[in-house]
Design a protein around this ligand. Structure first.
Ligand code: FE2
Length: 376
């Protein structure tokens, strides 16, 4: 176990042609946005920000915007069938449609990426209301997932033009989420390198770390993964593809139930994972269980840590170390009925890697759940 965030590939150009300030928001298309908003507000502790729907004069879909730290989620559901959002939900179930990136110039972002072969989703589009103006543009990535570039320098409203402030469903306390650490995509067997090339050539990202099935394999499951990061390192998109295992891998299970390629998990960073996970568990958020045996040997692998091991064991938090430090992480169960999208909670204490040392323990836990679902 020795991975660091060293740069393995050289960027095609030295200047960052797509400067990104951060993750702007993540939009899910869901079957019942009102109930999803309640879940994210009260279970995950997101705070209500904005709303758009019939009451604001928008007659196609309802959208709820919630925020915690720098993490902004948008939950959208259509009012009628026969449109792209309804078709997306029919095919994929609840899932991520938009990974939106905050940029200084959405027109330039669009021109630079489409010139390099990015497939247009939305040409630069100016939206205005009494709070100012926003420019949006976008390109396609894996499956039905898109990247929207958001330029909001001249905007003072709660979210985007057309949205009004929204009070939420009563009060809820945040759990300590600070920012999006990374967002992972699952793609078909043999297609990982195509999307690695997309992020490198179209978006100017660099490859950080490469895993293969020797790193990540259990008796049944195997996967390959490459991590792509933008110039300033704020945005990290690992791409997974299934590798040959004896039985169906977790990536194949996802692809089968999502009916396509898409976002597998979103990792949210916290400064105090013990508080965050204790609070999430109290509110009924479901996590993968870590085998007790994991804690009997983990310190031999990772060395000394600041946190009491018995508390980490009680909460099921995993530990890994690389050359630069260590990290604490835990994974939720899927947050919808289909075994597709889930969350990772991560606290970095110097480590810049992704928990490779935990993959075996983690995947064995996932496989126990796959077996319960009859999908192994
Ligand atoms: Fe992750």
């Amino acid at each position: 176990m020795s991975t660091t965030a060293e740069i393995l590939s050289t960027p095609t150009q030295t200047a960052d042609f797509l400067p990104i300030l951060g993750t702007d928001h993540i939009e899910f298309y869901v079957g019942n946005a009102k109930q999803s908003a309640y879940f994210y507000q009260h279970a995950f502790g997101f705070q209500p920000v904005a709303y758009r729907g019939l009451e604001t004069g928008y007659r196609e879909a309802a959208s709820y915007v919630l925020r915690q730290g720098k993490v902004t989620l948008v939950l959208t559901t259509p009012y009628h069938p026969g449109n792209f959002i309804a078709d997306h939900i029919y095919r994929h179930g609840d899932g991520v449609r938009v990974l939106a990136l905050w940029v200084e110039n959405a027109t330039k972002a669009y021109e630079e990426t489409t010139r390099r072969g990015g497939k247009s989703y939305m040409p630069p589009t100016r939206l205005q209301d009494e709070h100012g103006e926003v420019v949006l543009s976008g390109i396609h990535t894996y499956g039905d997932t898109v990247h929207v570039f958001v330029e909001r320098t001249n905007y003072k409203g709660p979210f985007l033009p057309g949205f009004m402030p929204w009070e939420g469903f009563g009060k809820s306390e945040p759990v300590g989420f600070k920012y999006v650490d990374h967002c992972v995509g699952n793609v078909y067997l043999g297609e990982m390198n195509q999307f690695v090339a997309f992020y490198r050539d179209v978006m100017g990202f660099q490859q950080l770390i490469s895993f293969d099935d020797k790193d990540i394999s259990t008796e049944y499951s195997a996967l390959m993964s490459k991590v792509m990061a933008n110039g300033n390192g704020y945005i990290k998109f690992p791409i997974n593809e299934p590798a040959q295992g004896r039985r169906k891998s977790q990536i194949e299970e996802y692809l089968e139930f999502y009916h396509g390629q898409g976002v597998q998990h979103i990792a949210l960073a916290t400064d105090d994972i013990i508080h965050t996970v204790r609070e999430l568990r109290r509110r009924g958020v479901e996590f993968l269980e870590t085998p007790k045996a994991y804690y009997e040997t983990v310190l031999e692998r990772v060395g000394s840590i600041d946190e009491p091991l018995e508390v980490l064991a009680e909460l099921g938090i995993l530990i890994d170390r690389d050359e630069e430090g260590y990290l604490l992480q835990i994974f939720t169960r899927p947050v919808q009925d289909r075994p597709t999208v889930f969350y990772e909670i991560i606290q970095r204490k110097g480590a810049k890697s992704f928990g490779k040392g935990n993959f075996k323990a983690l995947f064995e836990a996932i496989e126990r759940e796959q077996a319960r679902r009859g999908n192994l």
